[in-house]
Write a protein that binds this ligand. Sequence first.
Ligand code: DC
Length: 228
Amino acid sequence: MVRPYYNVAVDGPSGAGKSTICKAIAAKLDLTYIDTGAMYRAIAYGMIIANVDTFDEAAVVHHLPNCHIDYDAFHQLRLNGQVLGDLIRADNVSLAASTIARYQPVRDYCVALQQDMASNGGCIMDGRDIGTVVLPNAEVKIFLTADVEERAKRRYLQNQEKKIECTYAQVLDDVKKRDQQDTTRIHSPLVQAKDAILVDSSTLDFDATVTTLIHIIQTQTGDGEHHD
Ligand code: DC
C-alpha cells in the first residue's frame, strides 16, 4: 500500500476534539498523527517539576535547553528520555502549556521538531499554528471549532470519566482562559489560515465529525483509499 504523500493541518481552540478526531482519521487514512500540543505540554511539565515560574519568560527560556523532547521506538513522546503519558493532561499542565507557548524560543524549538517530522508527508498534525506557521504548504488545512460551552461540556464529561474532580464552571473558566491566551498572544496566535476550511462541530457527534473531515481530505487530495 502506498503511503499518502500529503500533509493535513488541523487547527482550532482547546477542547474542540482535535486529537481524538485526528487519531481516528490517521488510522483510517494511514497517516501519522502528530499531537503538537503534547510537545508544549511536555515542556510545561518540565518547567513545573523544576519549579520554574512559567510566567517568567526569561526563566523559562533559560531552562529550555534542559527540556529535551523526542519519541521512542513506539512513537511515545519523551521528555529527557522519560515517557510522560497522562502526566501532561492535568489541568495545571494545560494552563502552563498555554502560558509557555507564548514565548518565541519555546515555539522555535517545537516548530523545528514538527517540521522535521512532517518533511516526508503522510502526516495529520493538530495544534494552533499548523496551517499558518508550521506547515503553510500543507495540502489540506482544516479549522475545527465548536461553541465554548459545548467544548467545556465535553471536557467536563471527559474529566468525569477519568474521575478527575472539577465543576463545570471551573472547566468553562479554564477553557475561556486558554482561548484568551491562545488567541491574543503576540507569536503565532490561534487564527484560521486563509485557505483553511472551517468545520464547526458544535452540533456534530464524533462519527459525523470524522466523516466530514475525511470527506474534505479526500476531496482536496483525490485520496480514495479508505481503510476500515
Ligand atoms: O492542544 P493542547 O490543548 O494539547 O495544547 C496545549 C497548549 O499548547 C495550548 O493551550 C496552546 C499550546 N499550543 C500551541 O501554542 N501551538 C500548538 N501548535 C499546539 C498547542
